[in-house]
Design a binder for this molecule. Structure first.
Ligand SMILES: Cc1cc2nc3c(=O)[nH]c(=O)nc-3n(C[C@H](O)[C@H](O)[C@H](O)COP(=O)(O)OP(=O)(O)OC[C@H]3O[C@@H](n4cnc5c(N)ncnc54)[C@H](O)[C@@H]3O)c2cc1C
Length: 150
């Protein structure tokens, strides 16, 4: 039984894991892709629009060459942060179901197993779940709702 299961290892999930560890909780992060998966899917070489100080978890620890980091700098920062802080993150595991069994008692099902937790945090972002416009033509192959290399 975990105190906390976090779904998603984007910046929100990583930050939650960091705080959970500091608080001494028994926690687990389950990520369907890789650490920082949304950033991983940014176009290669992209410079993000936020400045370094707006993105780093601790002041001064995201060292980028310029004021704004590139996709690669940000991604390596997130991976390094998880490894350096020994955060408990399981990647390439999709959470498929979450069920409330009782007060502060949840069952999570993934494509690799089942887990029980007192609390569940959905840090799944918005990028993977686009709001469709429900208009003619949006299902055409040339119409995209995700950032993808062309
Ligand atoms: C090209 C581009 C540039 C951007 N530039 C900026 C910028 O400069 N500044 C800024 O603030 N924001 C920027 N954003 C937006 C930024 O990426 C998001 O705001 C940020 O990633 C949100 O973080 P998050 O942790 O909430 O969600 P995410 O980073 O989206 O993380 C959610 C995670 O949950 C995982 N997940 C989802 N469903 C499941 C499931 N069922 N089971 C397991 N795991 C799951 C996903 O794989 C993902 O890793 C940009 C976005 C794009 C596309």
């Amino acid at each position: 039984m975990f105190d906390l299961i976090v779904i998603g290892a984007g910046p929100a999930g990583i930050s939650a894991a960091f705080e959970a560890k500091k608080a001494g909780l028994k926690y687990l992060v389950i990520e369907k892709g890789l650490i920082g998966n949304t950033v991983y899917n940014y176009p290669v070489g992209l410079t993000v629009f936020s400045t370094t100080n707006e993105l780093e978890f601790n002041e001064g620890d995201l060292n980028s060459a310029r004021e704004k980091p590139t996709r690669e700098e940000l991604l390596s920062y997130y991976v390094r942060f998880v490894l350096d802080n020994e955060l408990n993150v399981q990647t390439e595991e999709l959470v498929t179901d979450a069920e409330r069994l009782g007060d502060h008692h949840f069952k999570l099902t993934s494509d690799k197993g089942e887990y029980e937790a007192r609390n569940v945090l959905f840090a799944i972002g918005a990028m993977d779940y686009p709001r469709k416009l429900d208009v003619k033509g949006e299902d055409l192959p040339k119409v995209h709702d995700h950032s993808r290399e062309t």
